[in-house]
Write a protein that binds this ligand. Sequence first.
Ligand code: NAD
Length: 488
Amino acid sequence: MTAIAGRIRVAGIEVSPDHFIGGERVASDRRFEDISPITGEVIAEVSRAGEAEVDAAVRAARDAFPAWADLGPAGRAPYLHRLAGLIDANVERLAAVECMDMAMLLRSLRARVISRGARNYRSYADLATAYEERDWRSQGTWNRVQRMPAGSAAVITPWNAPFMLSTWKTAPALAAGCTVVLKPAEWSPLSCSLLADLVAGAGFPPGVFNVVQGVGEEAGAALVAHPLLRRVSFTGSPETGRRIGVSAAKNLVPFTAELGGKGPLIVFEDADLDAAARKAAGQYDDAGQVCLAGTRLLVQESVADDFLERFHRFADEHVPGDPREDSTTLSPLIHPDHLERVEGFVERARAEGHRIVRGGRCSPVGSLFYEPTLIKPNSNDAEIVQKEVFGPVLTFQTFAGEDEAVALANSTEYGLSGIVYTGSLGRADRVGRRVRAGVVWVNTFLVRDLTAPFGGTGISGIGREGGDYALDFYSDLKALQILEGSTG
Ligand code: NAD
């Protein structure tokens, strides 16, 4: 921890490649390389935390906790509102850096993804302030349910949509009165460093919000095992979630996990087929690196050919290219290791005899591009149907009626999301209820009310984020009972 903290330029924007601990920039001697998926070049040598930096960040968060908790929701809200305002004022800078770092389309980042961060802080500031403690009388006592801020929280986020997901997790933590140590993913660490600058600009007391940069197995593992933390909140893969859950359990620390998905996109014969096919082709957006994506297309037999014809037409409209260009709709994958993983899934599917009806190879457009791929599996047990690829790879299966559609939809270990296309309200209700997932959208996708619960069933997650669910997670609920008539 002796190196001198400095600033670098990424996409013309000044950004710190160092940690943010106790309100100050702290550098490590050890570094890791951050490579842009757009250029393939190293854009930052980022400070690589070990146990010492993690310990310093957790202690800073622990020390800042009592005063932050004592402010109460109304006292904390102005900080969150100021931070939201700064995010709105810096959308261009945040979008430019995140685009360079993880290659999400610049226009999506500008139009909705970054500003969702501001929405997250604003809505949690308001929701925490609006909380009404439940009061009632029973058995001769006055009862009251109180939220006590839980303590310091570890927040670990994945490389896709790193800014949005980090704000989504830290907003309820801060609003509930917890202090935070955030560790972003090592493949896209820079927009969270800009977030730390904005936290400083919003005047948060030192130590309330800390960022440690580093590699999962080192910094991440040290963070979630730290005995001074009182909450662990994780978004990432089920494999890592299992490991982190074990660490949290050893310290008896409550843990939430938002994990991978393998969502069904179910199309019934009474659906608007054009809308359904367009949305299905839209599952290739962000190169399929979306946990909520409907990657298993399940289409009623009677309209399967018609649907497929429309699907190919919409999929043909995709334009792979530089995500900074307005005309581009398909970005490169995040990293060569991830491309290899995606290729591995498709090659194994090919070797097992499943029919590749679209794509199925690296795209000639550039080194990290993979062609939008559609596979007709010859068995529902196939790995390509059962495991999350997290790339532009969809499967296509047909069903005869509702029961079979639901059975197929619920046939994986995951349960994060589902999408249903139907023209019948009765069917929307019946199928919507029977699909096992944390969220089911009917005739739409990705519309989010931030007060609704968000999370997964099965191996897609433990616990719920969103609304009061997240505020409860970052609080210890207390029942206060006072004997009636015993006080003046
Ligand atoms: P990952 O599990 O490899 O890494 C996620 C984070 O965990 C990173 O910050 C990483 O550094 C850290 N980490 C890795 N090993 C660790 C350890 N032993 N201890 C502590 N931290 C550790 O996931 P990823 O590849 O970054 O992200 C892709 C996955 O995330 C996909 O499965 C995707 O579906 C999922 N995801 C889920 C949601 C959701 O809301 N459910 C949202 C986005 C992504």
